[in-house]
Design a protein around this ligand. Structure first.
Ligand code: ADP
Ligand code: F6P
Length: 321
């Protein structure tokens, strides 16, 4: 394989830049030319690309965001748009594509691979960590640390005012981020979309915390399980004497310098993805299983759901004494 393309797609995630850096430098080391595609799949459809060299990725290993920009581009769900993209790949003599993105990007990558028999490898990047086939995705560790740092600060004011806080974190319709964040910040309760909210149980737990002498409580709410404000209003009705406040962390979870864990995962994913393309391997995703970098068919990634470990919920209950 002599020429590959690389793009970042969907929700941005810290670590996308270290992944781009690894793709470019591994490809160059293997004697390939590398073209960066600006703006995700729209860049592909609009032929918006440029040749990259080692200097193109200097000084980006510690940068949040993506130098290639990214976009949500629903038009790519239309076959005619994908055909334009494929035509541009061929027109630029690009023989393989590394896609850095989340579950939606995986759907698109799988179609490019299957409809045109075109070599595509997905590098999983999303703060949601919601892709089947990999223990973690690029950006997840950084988003967890960003959220935990923010919630540690909220804990200060909650303790000082003896208040109950409901903190909403991202994760789309998955609870992975909330579970990891909740355990790390010592949340008394974690609410995730995968579990139906038992309001009576929450009230009972909050009251028990008070009996145990806890002067403040922290509830970590995954955005897929509800809106923090609505949860607060519902609890306030049941606990009128309690001071309840809300904080929605929002987009700070998508930014910031990638942690070392994110940088190293991104680098290893990028190296492996280019090796896979070079070996003619396509229609796959690079993933992490324990400490091992693995290769997972995209057909499995897009058709299966990532299983959720509820162990953190049990541990949080244990800690809540
Ligand atoms: P993420 O990759 O972070 O999940 P999106 O869900 O926005 O973000 O997906 C990224 C891009 O992938 C979309 O903007 C669109 O261009 C493309 N895409 C997503 N789902 C599909 C699909 N089912 N078919 C074709 N393209 C898709
Ligand atoms: O998929 C990553 C994510 O940050 C989700 O956690 C969140 O719900 C969504 O993207 C926000 O989408 P947008 O960036 O398009 O507002």
């Amino acid at each position: 394989m002599k020429r590959i393309g690389v793009l970042t797609s969907g929700g941005d995630a810290p670590g996308m830049n270290p992944a781009i850096r690894a793709v470019v430098r591994t490809a160059l080391c293997l004697g390939m030319e590398v073209f960066g595609i600006r703006g995700g799949y729209r860049g592909l459809a609009e032929n918006n690309l440029f040749q990259m060299n080692s200097r193109s990725v200097s000084g980006i290993i510690d940068m949040g965001g993506t130098i290639l920009k990214t976009i949500r581009f629903p038009e790519f769900k239309e076959k005619k748009t994908r055909e334009k993209a494929y035509k541009n790949l061929r027109g630029n003599r690009i023989e393989g594509l590394a896609v850095i993105g989340g579950d939606g990007s995986a759907q698109a990558a799988s179609l490019l691979s299957s409809e045109f028999n075109f070599p595509v490898v997905l590098i999983p990047a999303s703060i949601d960590n919601d892709l089947y086939g990999t223990d973690s995705t690029i950006g997840f560790d950084t988003a967890v640390n960003t959220a935990v740092d923010a919630i540690d600060r909220i804990r200060d004011t909650a303790t000082s005012h003896e208040r109950t806080f409901i903190v909403e974190v991202m994760g789309r319709e998955h609870g992975n981020l909330a579970l990891e964040v909740g355990l790390a910040c010592g949340a008394e309760i974690i609410l995730i979309p995968e579990m139906t909210i038992d309001w009576d149980k929450i009230v009972e737990e909050l009251e028990n915390q008070k009996i145990q002498g806890k002067s403040s409580s922290l509830i970590v709410l995954a955005e897929g399980a509800g809106k923090a404000r609505e949860v607060a209003e519902r609890l306030q009705e049941k606990l009128p004497k309690r001071e309840i406040r809300v904080s929605v962390l929002g987009y700070i979870q998508r930014g910031g310098k990638p942690t070392s864990a994110t940088r190293n995962l991104a680098t290893k994913f990028g190296v492996e993805a280019v090796k896979m393309l070079n070996e003619g391997h396509h229609g796959s995703m690079v993933g992490l299983k324990g400490m091992e970098i693995v290769r997972v068919p995209l057909s499995e990634v897009i058709s299966q759901s990532k299983s959720l470990s509820l162990e953190n919920l049990d541990i949080v209950r244990l800690m809540d004494i």
